[in-house]
Design a protein around this ligand. Structure first.
Ligand code: UT7
Length: 332
């Protein structure tokens, strides 16, 4: 162990202007605002309507704001890791499109694919590159244009997802604060319950795959819910336990925003009240890799140096995990 810790030294996010409300969904599919609100907690989500703009656009906007806000020049960034389930193209990595867009001429980069847990996995990976002493400035982005793979005729998945991106700057910590512990888990048995059938090397796109709607998300909601509700809570409890943290020690839970009932179950398991739960699912729905950095950005002004924060996520794969970090700066 080098003794170096990685700390988040800046955070920013970006969501598109178009608001898709539950009221509008009522006109598209057989649903009600009441059903969506009580079953998921979602009231509206943001969509990137422009057909010529994709995940790299969302990510570029978030990272551009982050660079400006932290006074970081593009050429100072050494590495960029982008977590996404909706890359602009299968290759090259969307990370490369973002570094190219912003003139990060000295940055290496790649994408991480771990569905809704991707941002957490990317942050873990980046923190280890800092701890190893390999880099001093890494940007970690979570970004998804979920509307590109959502089927609005499927009322069980069509209501959940939205588009958005969030990004953090990671640097060596100057004190005892920073990323303390990380857990990453996966279980390939989950594939059958949540996946995109076509578009990869197994079923490349054909007229038939398009006709069968196989390029959209396939999700067995109830099964995924049951796994999510236990595993996200399990891993949040595990990271608290192994770091000897009680509910009183926790300032905030920053959970993946997939369903408010999953978030409530995680908070209950941790023994924390709603005042300690970062929540914005009502405004953005599930932006997949965007949820955690977007919600943390929204709560940035409430965070104090030294605050104990638990991040937790669950997603397709299945993948799930948690991070324990001590926040590294006071509100500016
Ligand atoms: O992001 C990471 C991975 N994903 C998740 O974590 C998502 C986990 N799953 C969920 O959040 C929930 O399962 C959903 C929100 C997707 C669905 O909620 P649910 O409470 O599990 O509903 P359900 O699929 O069990 O359906 C219950 C009933 C069904 O009607 P019947 O068969 O009881 O008559 C559905 O047809 O609700 C019906 N239903 C709807 N009704 C109105 C399903 N979707 C809708 C809808 N509006 N949008």
């Amino acid at each position: 162990m080098s003794g170096i810790k990685a700390a988040i030294t800046g955070i920013h996010s970006w969501t598109p202007d178009y608001v898709l409300t539950n009221a509008e969904l009522e006109t598209i599919m057989d649903t009600t605002d009441e059903w969506i609100t009580t079953r998921t907690g979602i009231k509206e989500r943001r969509l990137l309507k422009d057909s010529d703009k994709a995940t790299s656009y969302l990510a570029t906007k978030a990272v551009e704001g982050l660079l400006e806000k932290t006074g970081t020049k593009p050429e100072e960034v050494e590495f960029l890791i982008l977590a996404t389930a909706t890359p602009d193209m299968l290759f090259p990595a969307t990370a490369n499109l973002v570094t190219g867009n912003l003139g990060m001429v000295n940055a290496g980069g790649y994408d991480i694919s771990a569905a809704c847990s991707g941002f957490l996995f990317a942050l873990t990976t980046a923190s280890k590159l800092i701890e190893a002493g390999m880099y001093k400035k890494i940007i970690v982005v979570g970004a998804d244009k979920m509307s590109s793979i959502v089927d609005l005729s499927d009322r069980t998945t069509g209501i959940i997802f939205g588009d958005g991106a969030g990004a953090v700057l990671l640097e060596p910590s100057q004190d005892e604060n920073g990323i303390i512990d990380c857990i990453m888990k996966s279980d390939g048995q989950g594939v059958k319950h949540l996946h995109q059938k076509a578009g990869g090397s197994l079923r490349p796109a054909t007229a038939e795959t398009v006709a069968r709607n196989e390029h959209k998300i396939y999700q067995e909601g109830q099964v995924v819910f049951k796994f999510a509700v236990t595993r996200m809570a399990d891993v949040a409890a595990e990271i608290m336990e192994r770091n000897h943290l009680t509910a009183d020690d926790i300032a905030f839970l920053a959970p993946h925003q997939a369903n408010k009932r999953i978030i409530d179950a995680t908070a209950a398991r941790m023994g924390i009240g709603p005042e300690k739960v970062m929540l914005n699912i009502h405004k953005y729905g599930n932006t997949t890799n965007g949820t955690i950095p977007i919600v943390m950005h929204e709560y940035e002004n409430r965070l104090k140096k030294g605050d104990n924060i638990i991040l937790a996520a669950f997603g397709g794969g299945f993948t799930w995990g948690a991070i324990y970090l001590k926040w590294s700066y006071d509100p500016k």
